[in-house]
Design a protein around this ligand. Sequence first.
Ligand SMILES: [Zn+2]
Length: 299
Amino acid sequence: MRREPSHSGPTDPSVFGEPHQRAEPNRGDPSEQRAAQILGRERARPATTYSDAQNVSDEPDIFPRGRLLIDRDWSCSACGYNLRGLEVGHPCPECGHLELYRPPPASARSYGTWLDERVAATPASGVWWVVAGCLPWGGVAALVAAVVGVGMVPMNVAARLPMVLLYEAPAEELLKIALVAFVIDVRPYLFRRAWPIYLSAALSALTFALAQNAAFFALLAPSAGLALTLYRWLAIPAVQIACSLVVAAALVRVWQQCLSERRPPRVTAALGGLLLAAALHAAYYGIELSLEKMFGPWR
Ligand SMILES: [Zn+2]
């Protein structure tokens, strides 16, 4: 039996319940209003916003055509070897990796042109916002580390050791450096030299260590003796800063490649530095906890 369109409504599961079949005018789905607002905002932005940062010239060239010579410094994504002078699609002579990213044509708008314009439009003093932001960031990172970490959880040394080595040390290294890595990923032009990257990493680590120590003495060891107090205020900041500088060195190489080759930063290439810092951090924790096991708890 044929159903009449006049019986249809928003709850009608039949074909006559479809918006274009209903008797009443279609006022649109309320959930689409937000999408319309976002589209309106995006259309109000200048066209260059969309022409640069994600450009077809920055996409991997999986079917290189013709014999395109790499005419500028261009690192292999796998090993960092400079592929200048080779043709696109030629395996890396050092590691055999087939580099699919090739330099964009000089005339094309690309990540490089976006980067040049941002460098020209941004005052060199902009870096001080990043350096200053690293001070509160260290405290925030320490808070997050305390919430997700095991430092405040009572457990014996045998249970604590694997947790600290495999989880706490890598997590702390990642949290301390997160702001610097984020800025290098999305605003690499804010850094003009390498030393503010090291300074930012060191300040994040310093406030991280100070917040950690403050929490330690307030919550875990309120009646600590002079030896423990001196030891913690000297050793913990030194270890935290030293480990963060190891990651910063790896991030500096990522940032240098981004600016010199005018291509998107590959923050993942700093993973080796992060793992090395986590290993050093874990080694320190391991020695500290082993001493505690041998000579009894300090707390
Ligand atoms: Zn290579």
